[in-house]
Design a protein around this ligand. Structure first.
Ligand SMILES: [Zn+2]
Length: 402
């Protein structure tokens, strides 16, 4: 089963389409907004020709979107054109904003992104969340959310929703963290802990990372595997531009694919999982470095200086990633593999072994492996942009809430 994440939001008033005419209007509002978002600034006439509706029909829809604060007129187009000058339309820079948040093992981050995709406000706090209970962690996160929302509101934006990326399995209700082994959380309803004033979506950070890659990456294919490697290793499978969720929504747990069936015990209850070889903790252990702050920076620094133990640890992690990814690539035949997350900063030392393992073991020609340009920012941006995409997909629902 697959569905875009923003479809998993709880149904709000008016989300059901009562009749086909109403449904048609909602779909057309979305088509106009998507077109202006992707190609704007555009005149009404240009929008009409792009989506194949009459100019009169488009004008009615545009007026409604302007009243709702989702579109704005930039003023008359350049003179010298044939016919009555039209006003160029753009998505509003001061309308709804998507608020994205990330709960990391050792940081919390929140940002607000406007309809034009610009990050308008941002807050990060470094804090060791491992084995902290959910209440104080979400309390700290709520503080950051309030700070970011206040800044966004001071600029004239209003939050259309909150999306939270977590390093764990999330139930299909898109608010309950079923299990986050590196945080020690189990069956935690984040909806009960976060401010109720925003429509909420909670999802695995690897899923949001993959969506960010799909929406913001340069030339990202429609079929790819996104690996989000940090302390835990998650992956997301994107098929034809949509996330593959799996039966319970748990698809993509690459970190718990066994690399050595009799290897060391893992927090998941298994043995020899990929995380035990290529997760940040495992790499630090193998490299003989202490855990603590700036782990990736320290590993990269040592590797650059030619530290043999660090380079060997990264080579071995790349090999383990290659072995685990071989199964996924042989099974799914993606167009490419994208390496994201904090460990993407170690790509120069991980990739050679990863690529050679994949090439050696996959059935067809080697699957290309690239490094995400978004790096560790991917999940946070994907979360915020998922709210923005939700607005573009159903502007009528947002206007009703505004
Ligand atoms: Zn495991």
């Amino acid at each position: 089963m697959s569905a875009p994440l923003h479809e998993a939001r709880p149904a709000g008033p008016g989300r059901a389409l009562p009749d086909t005419q109403q449904g048609m209007r909602r779909r057309n509002l979305s088509r106009v907004l998507h077109t202006v978002s992707a190609e704007g600034p555009l005149s009404r006439a240009a929008v009409a020709s792009r989506i194949g509706l009459t100019r009169a029909a488009v004008s009615t829809l545009v007026d409604e979107l302007i009243r709702s604060g989702l579109l704005e007129e930039l003023g008359p187009e350049r003179p010298g054109r044939v016919g009555r000058p039209g006003s160029a339309l753009a998505v509003s820079g001061n309308g709804p904003a998507g608020v994205g948040a990330e709960v990391g093992v050792d940081h919390l981050a929140v940002c607000a992104v406007d309809l034009r995709g610009r990050v308008r406000s941002r807050a990060v706090r470094h804090v060791a969340n491992r084995d902290r209970s959910p209440e104080p962690v979400i309390g700290d996160l709520t503080e950051l959310v309030h700070r970011v929302v206040a800044e966004a509101e001071a600029e004239g934006l209003w939050p259309a929703g909150l999306a939270v990326a977590v390093p764990g399995l999330v139930a299909r209700d898109a608010r309950t963290v079923v299990r986050a082994p590196n945080l020690g959380w189990q069956d935690t309803d984040l909806g009960a802990l976060l401010p109720a004033r925003f429509p909420l979506t909670v999802a695995n950070e690897a899923n949001f990372g993959a969506l960010a890659e799909l929406w913001l990456g340069e030339g990202t294919p429609r079929d790819f595997l996104h690996v989000s490697a940090e302390i835990g290793i998650g992956a997301a499978v994107v098929v034809d531009g949509r996330l593959l969720h799996g039966n319970r929504g748990f698809a993509g747990e690459l970190g718990h694919v066994p690399v050595q069936p009799e290897g060391p015990e893992c927090a998941c209850g298994g043995r020899g999982c990929l995380e035990q070889y290529a997760g940040e903790d495992a790499v630090l252990r193998a490299a003989g470095l202490e855990p603590g702050e700036d782990r990736v920076g320290r590993l990269a620094g040592r590797a650059e200086q030619g530290d043999a133990a660090v380079r060997r640890a990264l080579h071995d992690a790349g090999t383990a990633l290659g072995i685990a990814l071989t199964g996924a690539v042989n099974l799914l035949d993606p167009e490419s593999v994208v390496l994201g997350g904090a460990l993407s900063g170690l790509a120069p030392w991980l990739l050679p072994a990863l690529r050679s393992e994949l090439a050696r073991r996959t059935a067809g020609p080697a699957c290309p492996v690239s490094v995400s340009a978004l790096g560790p920012e991917g999940p946070l941006l994907g979360a915020a942009h998922s709210v923005v995409r939700g607005v573009l997909d159903d502007p009528a629902a947002v206007a009703e809430r505004a």
